[in-house]
Design a protein around this ligand. Structure first.
Ligand code: AMP
Length: 485
């Protein structure tokens, strides 16, 4: 049973904003979390991006803050009361956009701060006074240290995508930020999963939280057709071509496990005639935004990405997701395939399983509680044979027999279905017969930190090596993580 927003008795400006969005019924996380937050309890919620969790915490927090709402222009009358922490710039921007929409008929202000760009415009905004501050941890510490914001009146803290914040290594930054906040507060933690680390984080910072678990995204798997194909590393690109062609796919995400693999694969696919762009942590912020825009506008068809780079991107309803590499972390499988088959639309999730991936597949099986059948993939004769890894000593690409970097001559279609599919598969250009030296250049990783998006790394906030932003003089050593636990 789903209930309506009208049952919540939200303040009129909030109810009006929800109505403007066209939402009538609450999503399961909203239905469960909103009443609990309204009562002022801490929440530990298992929910991912795409479940409506932003509104699940934003609406009750705004509702509770309405008592402080005032039209004064004095910054002192608009202290930070709610702090929302997220792991990446994209997520922070998305969440802040939503908060602003829900708060648009109120006098409650919202600002967003994140690393990788000039602090000045953010500072100007902070100085005007904001009730809701959305931030990535490293940049928030910079602003705290620069005294651009004061957090002693914070009543609400949201740790969103907490599992990913821990993955990235933000725990020391989080601990430090939380040490600046009043002890008396409401803390909400959202995470895709409740790993032991998340439980420890919750036990350190939450008080008697109400645990809320909405259907995990494997429950949405009913709308996602999932296939696991046994494909050797050298045949993965060929398999990708074949499936795209057979399905007449227009756009897809292709997930790989490493930045190196990401850049190489994108170059290869581009060379093979597919409009492709890569998204990984070594890309500059500008390049990443361009890649995203190009995908959103349909200018490129394939977005080859790593998990960290793709996490939380607001791109929905991608027709297909390919796990070119089976993810190392089974939970990433759920995140990845959650990109497709959203909101009841059907989607396709294809994983290429090499012989060494069996253990990773078993992990996924356990997590999604479904027996996975690994299917053989038979190659059509006319699918180009291409080698992903083959190189000869001088660094030139080595193609296998019969493949000179050209697509083979098309053969006559066998039946009507195949004819239709063949028409729909139209790479934007035929692969060049002569080699473009660009594609033979070895991949050169940037100077950015290994696992951190470059814009965060550039704010020198990689806590694994240095728990404090470079712009901050540490006041005291951060206690050993969970020492007491
Ligand atoms: P989130 O999980 O917060 O990123 O939300 C995912 C998407 O669902 C966003 O585009 C929201 O605008 C949308 N959304 C949130 N709540 C509802 C609702 N009750 N009904 C329909 N869509 C919603």
């Amino acid at each position: 049973m789903t209930s309506s927003f009208s049952n919540l008795s939200l303040a009129e400006p909030l109810a009006r904003a929800v109505a403007d969005m066209g939402y009538e019924t609450m999503t399961p996380i909203q239905e469960q979390a909103i009443p609990v937050v309204l009562q002022g309890k801490d929440v530990m919620g298992a929910a991912q991006t795409g479940t409506g969790k932003t509104a699940a915490f934003t609406l009750p927090l705004l509702q509770r803050m309405m008592k402080h709402e005032n039209a004064s222009t004095s910054p002192a009358r608009h202290p930070v009361r709610a702090l929302v922490l997220l792991p990446t710039r994209e997520l922070a921007v998305q969440v802040a956009e939503q908060v602003k929409l829900y708060a648009k008929y109120t006098n409650l202000n919202c600002a967003v701060v994140f690393g990788g760009m000039d602090m000045k415009p953010q500072t100007l905004e902070l100085k005007k006074g904001v009730e809701v501050l959305v931030a990535t941890p490293g940049r928030l510490l910079d602003h705290i240290e620069a005294k651009n914001t004061v957090l002693n009146q914070v009543e609400y803290v949201v740790l969103d995508e907490a599992d990913r914040m821990l993955d990235i290594g933000f725990l020391p930054d989080l601990q430090r930020i939380l040490s600046y906040l009043p002890k008396q507060r409401i803390t909400l933690l959202f995470s895709a999963t409740f790993s032991p680390e998340i439980k420890r984080l919750a036990s350190s910072f939450l008080q008697d939280p109400v645990t809320i678990e909405v259907a995990r995204s494997n429950a949405t798997a009913s709308t996602v057709e999932q296939h696991f194909y046994s494909v050797g590393a050298d045949d993965k690109r060929r398999a990708l071509h074949q499936i795209l062609k057979a399905r007449g796919m227009k756009q897809a995400f292709v997930f790989v496990n490493s930045k190196l693999g990401c850049a190489k694969l994108a170059r290869s696919l581009e060379r093979e005639g597919l409009k492709t762009t890569a998204l990984h942590g070594d890309k500059s912020q500008d390049e990443r935004l361009k890649a995203l825009e190009a995908f959103k506008s349909g200018e490129v068809d394939l977005l080859v990405c790593t998990d960290v780079a793709a996490r939380g991107l607001d791109i929905k309803d991608v027709p297909a997701v390919f796990n070119f590499d089976v993810p190392f972390n089974a939970e990433d499988y759920i995140h990845r395939i959650g990109r497709t088959g959203r909101a009841g639309a059907s989607g396709l999730a294809v994983s290429f399983v090499a012989s060494s991936d069996q253990r990773l597949v078993t992990d996924i099986e356990k997590l999604i509680k479904t027996k996975i059948e690994i299917e053989p993939l038979e190659f059509e004769e006319d699918t180009p044979r291409i080698s992903l890894q083959g190189r000869i000593n001088d660094g030139r690409r080595m193609y296998r027999e019969g493949d000179e970097g050209r697509a083979p001559e098309p053969r006559a279609p066998r039946d009507h279905t195949e004819r239709r599919e063949r028409r729909e598969y139209t790479p934007h250009r035929q692969p060049a017969a002569s080699r473009d030296p660009f594609f033979d250049r070895p991949y050169e990783p940037g100077a950015a930190a290994e696992s951190l998006p470059s814009w965060e790394a550039s704010s020198k906030s990689h806590p694994a090596r240095n728990s404090v932003s470079a712009n901050i003089k540490p006041k005291k050593k951060v206690a050993a993580l969970f020492k007491a636990a």
